[in-house]
Design a protein around this ligand. Structure first.
Ligand SMILES: *Cc1c(COP(=O)(O)O)cnc(C)c1O
Length: 387
């Protein structure tokens, strides 16, 4: 049986898969089984921070892999402790919980926010306010947190205690936070799956300030925006706010599954032994890869991410077939005249991998993509957008 046929026969049909059969790659280039080359502006949905088979990352991962692949969270391992220390040092957060995905990072965040409030105020203060058009994951709790009706069909009843309010509408946020049952606000600073929409700084800052006033935890979902994607280590660093806790995943592991919930001063000691856990969370191989990623996300690289993002935006602004551009750093949304799905398919046909986010084309290239690769991909993308 051919691979595509096997896939469609035996793998659950939860994905609208393109026919591309990826075999190998290097950096921002991926090859299919016939040897056809693709420039990758998707990074496996923002996961391969330094592209495919990056030598520094591969070395870090394989060195750990040949020593110890797992022993569980009943014991200490160096990579997990070192990654937690590195993340805290770089963000000012105080504690880290490791899971294996963005959804799990958000599950921890939700539990931590509710327990913080329960410990301090008792029952009846467990509501989490999230934004309309948000995306927080596919598990039942994170789907409940997600403010998109289209994703809520079929799966009810949902976890109670989530209220959605429109992005960038501070009056609506004030109204939502006037309810005494609210314990936390959770938001993406650039809504990713929702169409690459960067929130207004003013709205974010006012919301964070109001949260602080009411001892409502201000939580940020940095699963997609985090780890250098937007041109700062975490997007909140550009928004002039400090969250009480935040989640991250995708780019953190550089291609291996890892998620993290980082907790600041207020809720650093909220989760105690027995309150939360994960068998695989903080796996030493994943953590070794993540250390090698986070260590490289320095100021010089962040400046390059911003410059490359600006360069791509400038090249596409006013280009035929482009209606508007959105996003931050190397997280780019393109509102197109043609159907985004058709553009994605035509780009793949011509050797460029791009993504969709709602009705937009979305670009999440590797953070270290070369200028020559950007130019080559842009020439093809522009041709497709214009036709
Ligand atoms: C992708 C994503 C998630 C879910 O991450 P998984 O690793 O797929 O569970 C959650 N929040 C945001 C903002 C995301 O982009």
């Amino acid at each position: 049986m051919q691979i595509r046929e096997m896939d469609s026969t035996y793998v659950a049909h939860t994905y609208g898969r393109a026919s591309l059969l990826a075999e190998q790659g290097s950096g921002a280039v991926v090859y299919d089984e016939t040897g056809k080359k693709y420039i990758d502006l998707g990074s496996g949905i923002g996961v391969n921070a330094f592209g495919v088979a990056d030598s520094v990352w591969t070395q870090a991962v394989t060195a750990q892999l040949t020593k110890l692949q797992h022993l569980s969270n009943l014991y200490h391992t160096a990579p997990q402790a070192q990654l937690a220390a590195l993340l805290c040092e770089k963000t000012g957060m105080k504690k880290v919980f490791f899971g294996n995905s963005g959804a799990e990072a958000n599950e921890c965040l939700i539990k931590c926010a509710r327990k913080y409030s329960h410990d301090k105020y008792g029952e009846g203060r467990a509501t989490i306010v999230t934004l309309l058009n948000s995306f927080h994951g596919r598990t039942m709790a994170t789907l409940s947190a997600t403010g998109q009706d289209s994703l809520h069909e079929h799966f009810g009843p949902f976890l109670p205690g989530f209220v959605y309010t429109p992005a960038n509408d501070f009056a609506a946020m004030e109204k939502a936070l006037s309810d005494s049952s609210v314990c936390a606000v959770l938001m993406e600073l650039v809504q990713g799956e929702g169409g690459v929409i960067a929130l207004d700084k003013d709205f974010v800052q006012k919301t964070a300030a109001l949260c602080a006033e009411k001892d409502i935890l201000f939580a940020v979902d940095e699963v997609q925006t985090g780890n250098g994607r937007t041109g700062s280590l975490y997007a909140w660093m550009q928004y002039g706010v400090t969250p009480d806790l935040f989640s991250t995943a995708k780019g953190l592991g550089g291609g291996l599954p890892i998620g993290a919930c980082l907790m600041g001063e207020k809720c650093a000691d909220t989760l105690q032994p027995g309150t939360h856990g994960s068998t695989f969370g903080g796996n030493p191989v994943c953590c070794a890869g993540a250390i090698s990623v986070v260590e490289r996300l320095d100021d010089a690289l962040m400046a390059q991410v911003r410059e490359k993002g600006d360069y791509i935006r400038a090249a596409l602004t006013g280009a035929p077939g482009v209606k508007s551009l959105s996003g931050l750093g190397l997280m780019i949304g393109i509102e197109t005249e043609k159907d985004a799905g058709e553009i994605v398919a035509a780009c793949i046909e011509q050797g460029v991998i791009v993504l969709k986010a709602h009705e937009k084309v979305r670009l999440l290239p590797p953070l270290n993509i070369g200028m020559a690769e950007i130019d080559e991909a842009l020439a093809i993308l522009k041709g497709v957008l214009a036709k």
